[in-house]
Write a protein that binds this ligand. Structure first.
Ligand code: BGC
Length: 712
């Protein structure tokens, strides 16, 4: 088949045999084509039941590593396939290709759509050089449970924030035009609600009400689709006890009917076959039947369609039109990507002018600087540039700060803290066990002016399949704080971790900075913040619990019928006997070296009609002598409605910069959009009456006033 580009996708479809059509719905790892096919078929993947013909009919590849490999695989494929429809190459470019940006939970901490866009734009520009066409990103799953290892890949606990960030990422990858050589098509994942497995254990059951789904969990995926994401990946979990991969409520009722979306649907890795383990299909034939009926287009790394769809269609159990619809979507994606014009789209063998460039690293540093969250500072920060430092803890000279899902990023090329603070460091030790520190060590620590504790989880402790039941610092690293006491030194704790942690004794430190995993430029960015060249401005996108017992905690919980009111001691109310209800650090919290004061909350009108909008504004003054950035947050509470509504919900935010002693007014438009909610059917509804409008610097520090929604 030549001149694919001149043909419509319908014509191309028409020219394919049934077997070839089904092949378009199969995604395999490229090693089948990189290595000797005969060896692979009879090797470890024998259970996939593949033969040469099926491999040369597959439609897409998962996880190509370089332009060289891509060219090799594509040319071998095109030589051997009858129809010559190019493969589309997909991979997980989650927070960078070779220049690594902060992990998504850190990106969300920046509360900056602009920076998130930049990180996605540069990631796409770099990754496309390897001939990658689709990225499995953003992760738009909301997560409120730090036990779950994939919190690190998410934008945190809030639906609105995750939606804004998902949108910015999609725009950054796709540039509104996926045919461009340096655009990646975006695949949003994991549809749906993968981020709330019971007990925080990855892949575990999800039990959410439909109202929870509609009012929170589905929204960020929808935002990504509205921004133009071209694919959606199904999740490993069940919804209503039906695996998401074969869940027609999600894939047909929500995606196609309600959202009117025609994007390509793709399973997660082997998740179609796994419906057998879920106990809803007894063999691969039934798996294939359920997948295509439910609306799953591509199956990743399992072979139910390949081995069974043809038979099901011939026996009239499945309507061929279902396959045609799925294949048309895949062909359209390939056409829109420009693969019919150039099957080697993007791939450049010499990527040196595009990858890991000075400019890209500079951008990575700027993003990293704004992704840190200053959790505590009793005045010790910023540090004097001549200060003598003792650098202690497992991240003291570790280069492993790029975080999970940076498979193309090198862990060795970027500077460690040791490297960047070289001139100031008079002592360092990367041991995490207090027992490894002797009197000799203490003598040297004594000669320093200040201790930097670089603590955290090893980066492999978060990510897929890395759930924990203990969310404290591993190996009792917090005991290292004793060194500060014994040497009578002030200290800062730098935290490297993929999830909120219970911080215990580290809270005694004079200052704490949440660094998450900041990517290639981690150490330089940290240095700039510690020395005050950059003023920290990140805010937490997820609450930090005081203890494991509070998990999962969320700031936007319902009031309950027996709310606990701070300062009272009623017994039969919703509280713990051994812990406050409030978290250690709340959603939206983060300090600055500047001091911001909020005054004069003003609503332009106290009453609003459904068709009106009002302005809610506040004055913010920088009462310090340093310039700083602040994330001004708008929360709304619907006081009485037909269903119980959260105690507050983030509805908007703005990141502003204020010079010393400068005052500015920040205004938010509030319209019916901020006041509606979703009912059990997913319809937007509202109730007249009282709404509390809150504007502040975090979810528990704000000014408030009441707005009434009134009838015409
Ligand atoms: C993960 C996905 C990822 C896929 C392909 C799966 O195990 O859950 O997030 O995109 O693998 O690498």
């Amino acid at each position: 088949m030549n001149d694919l580009n001149k043909k419509s996708v319908h014509t191309i479809l028409h020219d394919l045999t049934l077997e070839e059509k089904i092949g378009q719905l199969l995604q395999l790892a490229p090693f089948f084509l990189l290595n000797d096919i005969e060896v692979e078929i009879f090797g470890s993947v024998q259970e996939l039941n593949l033969d040469k013909e099926k491999i040369f009919n597959s439609g897409s590849m998962l996880g190509i590593g370089s332009a060289e490999d891509m060219i090799k695989v594509q040319s071998k494929y095109l030589e051997n396939s009858r129809h010559k429809i190019p493969l589309v190459f997909m991979a997980d470019i989650v927070h960078g290709y070779k220049t690594i940006f902060p992990v998504p939970i850190a990106l969300a901490s920046s509360f900056s759509e602009k920076l998130v866009y930049t990180s996605a734009r540069i990631s796409a520009d770099e990754a496309t050089t390897a001939g990658i066409h689709v990225t499995f990103s953003p992760v738009s799953d909301i997560s409120k449970d730090p036990r779950w290892g994939r919190v690190v890949e998410t934008f945190g606990e809030d639906s609105y924030l995750a939606g804004v960030m998902s949108k910015a990422m999609v725009k950054g990858y796709q540039q509104d035009n996926i045919s461009l050589d340096n655009s990646l098509a975006s695949c949003v994942k994991h549809f749906a609600a993968y981020g709330v497995p019971l007990a925080g254990r990855d892949y575990n059951t999800v039990t959410l009400s439909h109202i929870d789904l509609y009012s929170e969990y589905l929204k960020p995926y929808k935002e990504a689709l509205d921004a133009g994401a071209r694919l959606i990946m199904t999740a490993f979990n069940t919804i209503d006890r039906v695996p998401c991969t074969t869940n027609s409520f999600l894939l047909r009722n929500i995606l196609r009917d309600k959202w009117k979306s025609n994007v390509v649907t793709i399973s997660d890795y082997d998740s179609l076959r796994q419906i057998i383990d879920h106990g809803v299909a007894k063999d691969m034939k039934e798996v294939a039947y359920q997948g295509i009926q439910a609306g799953l287009d591509i199956e990743m790394q399992s072979t139910a369609y390949t081995n069974h769809l043809e038979g099901l269609i011939k026996n009239k159990a499945v309507d061929e039109r279902l396959v045609d619809e799925a294949v048309l979507r895949v062909l359209q994606l390939k056409k829109d990507l420009g693969l019919f014009e150039n099957p080697y789209k993007g791939a450049v063998l010499d990527d040196s002018t595009r990858v890991l460039t000075k400019e890209n690293l500079e951008s990575a540093r700027m993003v990293a600087e704004e992704s840190m969250v200053l959790l505590k500072n009793d005045g010790v920060l910023p540090l004097d540039k001549h200060i003598k430092i003792a650098l202690i803890g497992p991240y003291a000279d570790s280069k492993s700060v790029i975080g999970p899902w940076s498979w193309h990023g090198s862990r060795d090329v970027h500077p460690s803290l040791m490297d960047v603070f070289e001139e100031n460091i008079i002592y360092h030790n990367n041991r995490s066990d207090i027992k490894d520190y002797t009197e000799k060590d203490l003598e040297k620590i004594n000669q320093s002016d200040f201790i930097i504790f670089a603590l955290g989880e090893p980066d492999w402790l978060s990510g897929e399949a890395h759930s924990r039941t203990d969310i404290t610092l591993p190996n009792h690293q917090e005991k290292l704080m004793q060194l500060a006491k014994r040497a009578n030194k002030k200290s800062v704790v730098l935290l490297f971790n993929g999830r909120p942690l219970v911080l215990e004794n580290t809270l005694e430190s004079n200052a704490i900075i949440e660094c998450w995993f900041l990517g290639s430029e981690s150490s330089n960015a940290i240095k700039n913040v510690l020395f005050g060249d950059v003023n920290p401005s990140g805010k937490l996108p997820i609450s930090f619990p005081r203890n494991l017992g509070q998990v999962p905690y969320t700031y936007n919980h319902l009031n309950t019928g027996r709310p606990f009111i701070e300062g009272t001691n009623n017994e039969y109310v919703s509280k713990y006997m051994d812990s406050p209800n409030t978290p250690q650090f709340c959603f939206g919290y983060g300090l600055s070296y500047a001091k911001f004061k909020y005054t004069n909350l003003n609503l332009s009108k106290k009453e609003m009609r459904v068709t009106d909008s009002i302005l809610a504004s506040v004055n913010i003054t920088n009462e310090s002598n340093v310039t700083g950035k602040e994330v001004v947050q708008l929360y709304v509470k619907d006081v009485f409605a037909r269903v119980s509504r959260p105690v507050k919900e983030l509805k908007a935010f703005k990141k502003i910069e204020l010079k010393p002693n400068e005052t500015t007014t920040v205004s938010f438009e509030v319209s019916i959009k901020e006041l509606v909610y979703q009912n059990i059917l997913g319809e937007d509804v509202f109730d007249y009456g009282e709404f509390v409008i809150m504007i502040g610097c975090s979810s528990d520090d704000y000014l408030e006033d009441v707005l009434y929604l009134v009838e015409d």
